[in-house]
Design a protein around this ligand. Sequence first.
Ligand code: BG6
Length: 521
Amino acid sequence: MTTLPSTNSTTAAAAAWVNPLRDKRDKRLPHIAGPCTVVIFGITGDLARKKLMPAIYDLANRGLLAPTFGLVGFARRDWADQDFATVAYDAVKQYSRTPFRQEVWDRLAEGLAFVPGTFDDEAAFGRLAECLEKLDAERGIDGNHAFYLAIPPEGFPVVCEQLQKSGLACPREGSWSRVVIEKPFGRDLRSARELNAIVNRVFPEESVFRIDHYLGKETVQNILALRFANELYEPIWNANYVDNVQITMAEDIGLAGRASYYDGIGAARDVIQNHLLQLMALTTMEEPIRFSARALKDEKVKILSAVRLAQPFDETTARGQYSAGWQGSEHVRGLFEEEGFSNESTTETFAAITLEIDTRRWAGVPFFLRTGKRLARRVSEIALIFKCAPHLPFDQIMTQGLRHNALVIRIQPDEGITLRFGSKVPGTAMEVRDVNMDFSYSSAFTEDSPEAYERLILDVLLGEASLFPVNEEVELSWQILDPVLEYWAAHGRPESYEPGAWGPSSAFEMLQRMGREWRRP
Ligand code: BG6
């Protein structure tokens, strides 16, 4: 007979002890996706080549995919499996984040297959179903499938319909079938609703994963840690202390080669509707009751419902198109010289808007959002600019170098956080000047941050939905933006701006009118 430990305290300790290797919350244990297959529609596109296939390889390399993982490409190409494998190999070699290891590739390559066909070809979807069945049987995949729609939104309805007809949208009991959709989710509220209705007719909302790759970035996830894991910031995170908030996503590249996607879309639809409004929601939402997809969604929906555009639009918004000129030492083409853009195009490559939030926490604080191509540098950041001290006991001349305190969340590059505040300048005078206190990911942590797509693809396979906007968030974002898009459409051409600048002059005037100025990151 087994003898049990005799003292109560030992018994209690034994009962309380959880084997760390068996506790699934143990932070040392990676989350690994179970056996499954990902089908990519749009496999010949840039996104699949530069981001998706490399991210899948990186996940495999980090040991986060099951060894039997399957990857199927679907496209209108006369390819055999081997041709697809060559394309995937090139993409992985060229764009993966982690080092290439032949044995990882060889194992991944065993699960590759290609199905040729067009979206309206029922027989091709029949072949896809057969291919998946074969992979399931050979590799013990158990019918778990993710369908990744890396295609223009016009293709969504027909692909969803075909997945339904071929039975692929409906998983066997105990298995899952998920759909992943890339932006743009429509071009306004009406089209987004139509699109959501089509997708939701085939896939229940919990099986729909909408990609906003900004949410997969480490620094973006850190916004919630910064706000809700610390005591330091919450007391000042409101209209009593914050003067204004500036959210910037600037790029130094132009639009060469992207006219077919970008013309008619423009900067506001491309970036503000999704990435910047999501950043704003994370920065301003209340604390979720727990860190779950449902609770996060509830708070984001609540705050987005309280957001509105400041008016009048001719004073509170700005838009522009980059002209030809010098960007640093390089002479670059203007928008109209880029292939595919006509002289008539009114598509904006720079957009800035002012938003307000009707809640007790944020009433009266302007939120300035801006994005643009061919700006001075590539930088994405969220800056909370605080009010000035109500009184300074120092000689005015001694505080000329003192501006507003600021907390800057540096999304990229040079990921980290900067706190700007006033400090005494060494010397005999009581001179006070701005200084920066910096936290930088690269010096604080030894691990490299994974690519956003690695994190998001893994979460799809794990069924973890926290980092994916739900249909309500998407529709609310369009509802916020639609009035200014309509206003711009009725008001002629955007102003032109020099490459390498920070946008058109109207963007500067927009803040000056409100007695504020943009940060120059
Ligand atoms: C995409 C936009 O969502 O984000 C592109 O469609 C933009 O126009 C890109 O270039 C920028 O992403 P990142 O991660 O480089 O900031």
